[in-house]
Design a protein around this ligand. Structure first.
Ligand code: NAD
Ligand code: ZN
Ligand code: ZN
Length: 362
């Protein structure tokens, strides 16, 4: 058993509390990882606020992490102690119907199908003050050590800087993949991206890499525009600068609507606007933002009759055990710029400050 620090969400809506926890050794088929770096994604804040579905408190959040394998359980062959790894919040068991389908990355071991608040044997490896603490998406990266099933880690290049490539474990891969894999953006097309957080900025990078000729970035926080432009946005607009609804503005700007729209905010109004502002016939709206658990959206179904498509994208469509090391190699070959997404670097005990910066839009 390792004693170390972890950030525990004891109850919905409360700040995280950095505590000493015990982390049990990995059981068969599991891997214990020493975390080196973790990003903060809006989904961690949604979890803390109770917006994310099927979460059992107390829980250790965090799902955008990179670290070093500390020890392995019986039967683990894919990694060994000392290996650099990314933790996979969407696992790849390699055996389920969707893992066997080359067009899907929705492993049946993913949280939306099977709760990842306990490990596959239905127990947790974390305790604090005598209480069992739950895992989040199995990976719980807001801890100095964590235990995950072996199909939720991927070995990466020993040269990878973990404080950068941790972003490949969620934000960057999600946004970039939504454009490249899910939308399959075509050269010369017009894209609109709602929300310019880590995810939305990565969508902008994906659209640019795919050869989009126009990328309209939409956010209510204009401080995000400089970075969006640096990454390839051709226009940046705030819905608050217009009297008319933003979908009307976008339809006017593009003629008949954008070829591809991406929602990377997680709000109903931006999702409805993204659907309405892609073009009437061949337009595709990609939903990336996570909507509040249990919410319902009222839209006119006739939006789809003329041919529009509405698709979701989870972790950018990547099968992560196959893709993690390729994404890391592409980063090392400077095929995309992750570093620009990093706004602040904090020591782990300041994780609440990190969440505060996220809430403040910084
Ligand atoms: P973030 O909070 O960093 O960014 C969200 C951005 O949306 C902010 O810049 C904010 O100013 C902007 N925004 C808020 N209201 C807006 C409005 N009305 N119109 C336009 N812009 C608005 O969040 P993030 O970490 O980039 O995550 C974005 C979303 O993606 C979240 O919902 C998150 O849960 C989700 N997510 C989904 C996946 C997936 O696999 N599908 C993976 C990671 C994150
Ligand atoms: Zn995330
Ligand atoms: Zn699977």
């Amino acid at each position: 058993v390792i004693r170390c620090k972890a950030a525990v969400a004891w109850a919905m809506g409360k700040p995280l509390s950095v505590e000493e926890v015990e982390v049990a050794p990995p059981k068969a088929g599991e891997v214990r990882v020493k975390m080196v770096a973790t990003g903060i994604c809006r989904t961690d804040e949604n979890l803390r606020q109770g917006l994310f579905p099927n979460i059992d408190f107390p829980v250790i959040p965090g799902h955008e992490g990179a670290g070093l394998v500390e020890s392995i359980g019986e039967g683990v062959t894919s990694v060994k102690p000392g290996d650099k790894v990314l933790l996979l919040c969407v696992p790849q068991c390699g055996k389920c119907i969707f893992c066997l389908n080359p067009e899907s990355n929705f492993c049946l071991k993913a949280h939306f199908h099977e709760s990842q608040c306990v490990l596959p044997d239905k127990t947790t490896r974390f305790t604090c003050k005598g209480k069992q603490i739950h895992h989040f998406m199995w990976v719980s990266t807001f801890a100095e050590y964590t235990v995950v099933p072996d199909y939720a880690v991927a070995k990466i290049d020993a040269a990878a800087p973990l404080d950068k490539v941790c972003l490949l474990a969620c934000g960057f891969s999600t946004g970039y993949g939504a454009a490249i894999n899910t939308a399959k953006v075509k050269p010369g097309s017009t894209c609109a991206v709602f929300g310019l957080g880590g995810v939305g900025l990565s969508v902008v990078m994906g659209c640019k890499a795919a050869g989009a000729s126009r990328i309209i970035a939409v956010d209510i926080n204009k401080d995000k525009f400089a970075k969006a432009k640096e990454l390839g946005a051709t226009d940046c607009i705030s819905p608050q600068d217009f009297k008319k609804p933003i979908h009307e503005v976008l339809i006017e700007m593009t003629g008949y609507g954008a070829d591809y729209t991406f929602e990377a905010v997680g709000k109903q109004e931006t999702l409805a606007a993204a659907m309405t502002s892609c073009n009437v016939s061949t337009g595709t709206c990609i939903m990336v933002g996570v909507q509040k658990a249990g919410s319902l959206l009222s839209i006119d179904p006739m939006l789809l009759l003329s041919g529009r498509a509405w698709k979701g994208s989870m972790l950018g469509g990547w099968k992560m055990r196959d893709s993690a090391s390729k994404l890391v190699s592409s980063y090392l070959e400077k095929k995309f710029n992750l570093d620009v997404l990093i706004t602040h670097t904090l020591p782990f005990p300041k994780v609440n400050e990190g969440l505060e910066l996220l809430r403040a839009g910084k």
